[in-house]
Design a protein around this ligand. Sequence first.
Ligand SMILES: Nc1nc2c(c(=O)[nH]1)N[C@H]1C(S)=C(S)[C@@H](COP(=O)(O)O)O[C@H]1N2
Ligand SMILES: [Mo]
Length: 305
Amino acid sequence: MKRSARYIIPSSQITQESAYLNRRSFIKSAGLAMAAPGMLLGAAGEVAAARARAVDDPTLYADIISYNNYYEFSQEKTAVAALAHDLVTDPWSVSVEGLVKKPRKYDIDDLKKSFGAEQRIYRMRCVEGWSMVIPWDGFELSRLITEADPQSEAKYVKFTTLLDPKQMPGQRKSYFSWPYVEGLRLDEAMNSLTLLATGIYGKPLLPQNGAPVRLVVPWKYGFKGIKSIVKIELVARRPVSLWMNTSSAEYGFYANVNPNVDHPRWSQRTERRIGDLRRVRTMMFNGYEKEVADMYKGMDLARYF
Ligand SMILES: Nc1nc2c(c(=O)[nH]1)N[C@H]1C(S)=C(S)[C@@H](COP(=O)(O)O)O[C@H]1N2
Ligand SMILES: [Mo]
């Protein structure tokens, strides 16, 4: 697996286990053991090491695959994995269409083969106030869009999840306007942080995480990360997402992580990292301000929420 150095959170390692071991050897080799003598020995040392763990260490794989938002299956996070277990993700195709010169329908295996995968460790902040740090495997969406060769009128990208009420029990309820739809401005879609993910921790995506391919936009609230994508369309007009349709006063098109703009029903100042007890401060653009703030220059972020 290729690893790209640029967007890896500096303090993070691949697994919790190796993170722990690496830190021990780092502490030893850097001669820091004197500063924290308890860290290298015994139960007290384990506790101290756990405390020293940076807040940006990756979330345990077990948590990433068992605590999910995927309303097509259930609104109960811990019920999703079992209900999604048998989702058929192969054969699967993703069509790239709309205002492009080279529309194409990719078979999922072709898509993976053509674009490969690199690892990117990103924070994910759900609009509900919890977060994870996920080591994704995927590729930059910009490469797929470039391949499709957008026409000049293309200004937005619209994404659509599989519609299949037979497999997706949540879609048999009409409370939401299925299928799940999301959208990005074309420049957001072309930003090098934006990924199409096909794996986590080096393993193929599981259905509960959006197999076989899902969107990852780390500076936006998690709901923008649409799962199990079947269609990517270049369009001229701003798409209306499922969440905008459901409650336009609560969920806007942009959904940029912003601790200064409250959700109408709760504050967005802090978040709870799954696996940690205490809440931490939520960062502007989820900590990716340097990479993305330019795209929103001059915009009133409370209005375009
Ligand atoms: N199709 C679809 N995509 C979806 C959702 C959903 O219900 N349906 N939930 C979103 C929300 S609210 C979040 S926080 C993330 C959760 O991703 P995860 O379960 O892989 O952590 O997926 C997003 N993508
Ligand atoms: Mo979410």
